[in-house]
Design a protein around this ligand. Structure first.
Ligand SMILES: [Zn+2]
Length: 162
């Protein structure tokens, strides 16, 4: 049983729609979960809600991966430096699906100010990351490193002193 989030009246079950979600690989093969999501309808004809489908805390509405598969993909890329393409093959999804999961789960970790803490010794180094060709000059990135903790704090585009 479900209630309408807009008006609070008891909702009526309308139908189900099947969606396929990718989960962690199982026995070395990509795993698919088939979820028959319930679609609910508000019985009040004046309500704005009309219909909606059920949600799960285990599945983000924006991706085809379960949250645990997304987290694991992020951990493998971030902590173990595994290539995104390899994880995409393992999970049976596209490169961009894995990269989206890395961004979704990894951005809050990178943005956490407690990740770095107090830096007493800062290393700054420029790197040419894209050589010049007919369409653009050489592009540089500048890395900021905590020399004591030996972690990369950030990468910024360009080579200017600022
Ligand atoms: Zn309603």
């Amino acid at each position: 049983m479900a209630g309408c989030a807009e008006c609070g009246v008891r909702a009526e079950a309308q139908d189900r729609m099947a969606v396929e979600i990718r989960d962690l690989a199982c026995f070395g093969r990509p795993a698919r979960l088939r979820w028959c999501k319930r679609r609910w309808r508000c019985v009040d004809p004046d309500c704005e809600a009309k219909t909606w489908t059920e949600a799960s805390p285990h599945v983000s509405s924006r991706t085809v991966l379960t949250r645990r598969a997304g987290w694991e993909a992020c951990r493998q890329v971030g902590a173990n430096a595994r290539p995104v393409a390899g994880l995409a093959r393992e999970l049976g999804v596209t490169w961009s699906t894995v990269m989206d999961a890395v961004a979704e789960h990894g951005t809050p970790l990178v943005d956490d100010p407690d990740r770095v803490g107090v830096v007493t010794s800062l290393g700054v180094d420029e790197t040419a990351f894209l050589k010049a060709d007919r369409t653009h000059p050489t592009r540089y990135a500048t890395g900021l490193v905590d020399l004591h903790a030996r972690i990369v704090i950030d990468m910024v585009e360009g080579q200017r002193g600022r």
